[in-house]
Design a protein around this ligand. Sequence first.
Ligand SMILES: Cc1ncc(COP(=O)(O)O)c(C=O)c1O
Length: 390
Amino acid sequence: MSVLYLDWNATTPPHPDVVAAMTRAASEVWGNPASVHGPGRRAKSLVEDAREAVAALVGLDARDAVLTSGGTEANNLALWHAFADCLPPRAGRERRAALVVSRIEHPSVVRMAEHLGELGVVVAWVGPSPSGAVPVEAVAEALDWAAAQAEVRLVAMGAVNHETGVIQPVGAVAALCRARGVPLFVDAVQAVGKLAPSAWEGADLVSLAAHKIRGPKGIGALVTRPSVRLSRMLFGGSQERGLRPGTQDPVACAGLAVAAERARSGPARYEALGPLRDLLEGELLRAGEGAGVVPLRNGAGERAPHVLNMSWPGWRGDELCAALDLERVAVSSGSACSAGTAEPSPVLSAMVGEERALAAVRVSLGEETTVEDVREAASRWARVLGRSRG
Ligand SMILES: Cc1ncc(COP(=O)(O)O)c(C=O)c1O
């Protein structure tokens, strides 16, 4: 029985063109990109190709792209930069600094926001509606609340939620931010290569990760508008304009360049997954009915075409995932970074409550998912549900 991989939001299989470029680079381009001699210059050209490719993918300038170890580091850097100059708060400082951030962000944003809060930054949290979208009015209220007590330095919001696929109102929030002169950071890790660039349009800072677009793990980027002045989190050499010191990896860069280039045509491939996702949703509803379980869909309104999140009353999501894994169906309960914890997903808890969050399973399709995969996954799912009833 073959594995049906339906967890593309956790990571994507590297594309063969990415593997080929990395294999070539691994044996031929081993120089240090910071060296000025020939082998170094050759390695540096791979780094710069990756920088050009990510900048073209998000629609910003390569001179403003910082290559990082992935989405987590890019997100940390985006939040940190806005507050680095005012931490720790000094006695006598007249106005404190504030951050507006949604409750349904990836942990790499949420944990950093909490940390900044502990360091004295005023953090205005914005909850989602039960549909999974962050209401624009709630962002406006949070901005007003924060501005009344501190200088608002940043608004942070994901373009598309990693657990539900719900598309967030970035355009409207960007307009709010522009009107108030507050920079907007958009975590586009789950959006680039899947949605058109309008999904993060208006952002002043944009993050992405190579492994979500069929590139290698361990590399990503933060790309900004030229007006943004980033601050370093790491100290060392002058790589990445001193903002991200440490020897760059030309092999990972070779993979990122190919992945980012491919991802520019990704939205059309992902759009084609919408009907497959809907087919799967229908089949799972029928499988549930057959087994006396009525699954509840988490996330309404505009969704990315490849993501489906459902709660299964009577089940724990992690147990259902484990049972499906025995049937060689790879799906997840919550995001990959919280997998293995018994905690319900904070994203779903904020949307629909803890009980439903505990029973949730996320399915995310990808470029290679076929109709046959979807039908086969639904039939294995029905088998698991049926066995438990038996
Ligand atoms: C929305 C979002 N942001 C950030 C990240 C973190 O990216 P990385 O795994 O490259 O650290 C993820 C990973 O799942 C994500 O889904």
